[in-house]
Design a protein around this ligand. Structure first.
Ligand code: GMT
Length: 372
């Protein structure tokens, strides 16, 4: 197939999933055309069957807010026509599904459009009064809709009254890349031999509850010799820096900023924390488990679909840092429990969320939507 993929190209789960999906489809022989305002960050190396089409926007004094959605639609039209695309697969509803709808109108019904909803496009942005109607309209006009979790499907159905059926296709991970016995960074760079490594990776936005990560680590660190590795950057960085000082764990916390090789880092972690108050899926929790790293997270959104409570990790009520720390201490001091949890984590990912399995589901879904 000839497939156009549009996503946000910068750091973030939806862009990561869209890019990995495109690369995997290309490796199976499909021609994949990414359409976005800059090169997706996981597309830096050459990939056979993959092209990138940059949306450029004319700057003009009248445009205080340049109309990206229109420039994107214009580029989509150009790429669909010049590359004879069969399908546009857009990730994150706003504005991508709207631009795709406009493209279809301009080209009198072609190509088919599939929208994959990732989370905040429904739970935050789409639910805001300013975007609600356009989100609802654009999603419903798609030929196919997928969500990355059962939770997100239910949320979308509950709030948006969508008539087009929604298919759940969970996110996936390249289990050959995210594995403990490959691509390991040197643990000695960060911790002593007797210390355990607790890790968190995110964009440091309020939804991630960075404060809970640090409170939980302080609880663990008071009894278990350990280091906290914080990967990423964002609005709560200053808060995090202040908190590690206040809680007396600054010497045991390392802030690495944004990193591209998260697989190498996850491979040296012993425990991953994801205490978010919203998480439609939690891709980083999946990547951690693929590296055999148990996860303790919040019992919200799609996380219960990713973390099998009591088997591959633990889920607690949002904000319950005391219980998170208790689980963390138990896990890191009970070797038998640790080994079992770690092995089950990897096994469940291989069974349910491997790239091979999920890409196959996307291909079947494409064929269904295209009536092949
Ligand atoms: O809101 C974000 O954190 C970013 C967003 C994105 O589009 O990059 O993440 C969402 O999509 C990811 C990939 O499907 C999911 O793993 C995240 O759980 C989801 N974030 C939230 O629901 C908060």
């Amino acid at each position: 197939m000839k497939i156009g993929i549009t996503c946000y190209p910068t750091y973030g789960g939806s862009g990561t999933v869209a890019t990995e999906l495109g690369k995997a489809l290309a490796s199976r022989g499909h021609k994949v055309h990414f359409i976005s305002y800059s090169l997706p960050y996981r597309l830096q190396k050459f990939n056979e069957n993959v092209s990138f089409h940059e949306v450029s926007m004319m700057q003009y004094p009248l445009f205080e807010y340049p109309p990206y959605s229109l420039a994107l639609a214009a580029k989509m039209v150009e790429v669909v026509e010049s590359q004879d695309l069969d399908l546009l697969h857009v990730h994150y509803a706003i504005p991508h599904a709207t631009s795709a709808y406009l493209t279809k109108q301009m080209l009198e019904g072609r190509p088919k459009v599939i929208t994959t909803l990732h989370g905040t496009d429904i739970t935050i942005v789409g639910n805001d009064d300013s975007y609600f109607r356009i989100t609802q309209f654009s999603i419903d006009k798609s030929d196919g809709i997928t969500t990355v979790s059962d939770f997100l499907k239910k949320e979308t159905e509950k709030h948006f009254n969508i008539k087009t059926p929604i298919e759940v296709i969970h996110n996936f991970v390249d289990t050959n890349h995210f594995r403990r016995d490959r691509y390991r960074c040197a643990k000695s760079l960060f911790a002593l031999d007797n210390e355990r490594i607790v890790m968190h990776i995110s964009n440091f936005r309020p939804v991630k509850r960075i404060e809970d990560v640090i409170f939980t680590f302080a609880g663990i660190n008071s009894e278990v010799p350990s280091k906290l590795i914080m990967v990423g950057d964002g609005p709560l960085m200053s808060t995090a820096l202040r908190m590690v000082n206040e809680l007396g764990v600054s010497d045991d916390t390392l802030f690495l900023g944004k990193q591209s090789d998260v697989a190498g880092l996850l491979a040296i972690a012993d425990l991953y924390l994801l205490p978010s108050d919203k998480e439609s899926f939690g891709l980083s929790a999946l990547e951690a488990q693929s590296c055999s790293v148990p996860v303790i997270g919040a019992n919200v959104g799609g996380l219960p679909e990713v973390i099998d409570h009591g088997h591959t990790g633990w889920l607690v009520n949002v904000g319950d840092v005391k219980t998170m720390a208790e689980y963390g201490k138990k896990l890191l001091t009970d070797e038998k429990l640790y080994q079992e949890t770690s092995e089950k984590s990897r096994r469940r990912v291989l069974k349910l969320f491997s790239q091979e399995r999920i890409i196959g589901l996307y291909e079947q879904y494409y064929e269904k939507i295209m009536d092949i």
